[in-house]
Design a binder for this molecule. Structure first.
Ligand code: PBG
Length: 335
């Protein structure tokens, strides 16, 4: 940081804060609807949304309503959606094989959204947790999530999702070596333009609780701990190694997740790498603000905006957030 040469009283920083127009001119960062990716939970069926009690304002959507929501998002200037299937218990298995079915729920959602809303980008999660009976992102052998066999399955899952028509595959599993394997498989499958958004820096966080309620992977979690593959919240330097490896293996962008408790990581990656840095404002971060607002403790919309702005200020290129539609509406003056 350069030294600021001014001295009081010649320098009075409050001058720029005195009026609205000068505050606006002085602003170093701003939120735009184009900063956001809207996560969507997809269920089988038609016409009826299922509200998620731990995520106020968010519902599981059947495909027809997901298409409508993607249309609204696009009209508000939101460039992308991230899809998460809520898989029927009878389709879950020990090895999560439904993930490889080209006609599975998320593949059908990708096709329907591509057809109905061709101008919105579609991000599809690569991980087995929606499909496994144990709720882990990979294959469980004994008490271990095995790395290399999981990578082989995730690679096939990524190709299935890309063939269904998604624009970005987003491995959120944290296995070692999966980005290179997925990049090679996409090349071999003649899908060289499909992007990889790597959840490179994903912490073993307690802030994913409402998401696990939403996709029904919470009660299941058994055997191993997600801490055996997700990062330790104590670590920062390790995040550089994760991001560097994934970018070298062919990731187009890297994600930091969660966002607010890890703004130091967002900021450090932003200054260290030329690649786009995505930040996931996760379910628990969103739910805490909603719960506090419902309890009358604070102004939820203002706090949500302040939080998202802080993620942008820290250096995030894009933000995944359940608040995307609300904030995009208020930016348009429709809030
Ligand atoms: C799992 C996955 C998780 C989230 C996105 N993908 C949860 C987990 O690792 O258990 C969490 C997102 C959120 O909390 O909003 N593949």
């Amino acid at each position: 940081m350069p030294d600021f040469p001014g001295r009081y009283p010649a320098t009075r920083l409050r001058r720029f804060r005195m009026q609205n127009w000068s505050r606006r001119l002085r602003a170093e960062s701003a939120l735009r609807s184009a900063d956001f990716v809207l996560p969507l939970f997809i269920v089988d069926g038609r016409g009826v949304p299922e509200p998620i009690p731990s995520l106020p304002g968010v519902s599981r959507l059947p495909i027809d309503l997901a298409v409508e929501t993607a249309k609204e998002a696009s009209a508000l200037g939101i460039p992308g959606v991230a899809l998460f299937p809520v898989v029927d218990a009878c389709l879950k298995s020990e090895d999560g094989r439904e993930a490889l079915n080209p006609e599975n729920l998320v593949c059908r959602a990708i096709k329907a959204i591509k057809q109905g809303v061709p101008d919105i980008g579609i991000i599809a999660d690569v991980a087995l947790d929606p499909y496994t009976t144990h709720g882990h992102d990979g294959l469980l052998r004994g008490n271990t999530i095995v790395n290399d066999d999981t990578v082989a399955v995730l690679t096939r899952q990524a190709v299935v999702l890309a063939e269904a028509g998604c624009d970005i595959v987003a491995p959120s599993d944290m296995m070692d070596g999966r980005i290179g394997a997925i990049r090679n498989a996409l090349e071999d499958s003649n899908l060289p333009d499909v992007m990889i958004l790597s959840y490179a820096v994903k912490y073993a966080s307690a802030l994913y609780g409402p998401f696990r309620d939403a996709v029904g992977s919470k009660g299941a979690l058994s055997g191993a701990s997600k801490a055996s593959y997700q990062m330790d919240p104590a670590n920062a330097v390790e995040a550089f190694a994760e991001a560097e490896l994934d970018l070298a293996e062919g990731a187009d962008a890297v994600m930091v997740k969660p966002a607010l408790a890890y703004l130091d990581i967002v900021s450090a990656l932003h200054s260290r790498f030329a690649a786009p840095i995505f930040a996931y404002h996760v379910s628990g971060e969103y739910a805490m603000v909603k719960a506090a607002a419902a309890a009358g403790v604070l102004d939820g919309d203002k706090v949500m905006t302040e939080h998202l702005l802080s993620i942008k200020r820290a250096g995030a290129t894009a933000i995944l957030t359940y608040a995307a539609m609300d904030i995009a509406r208020s930016l348009k003056g429709e809030g």
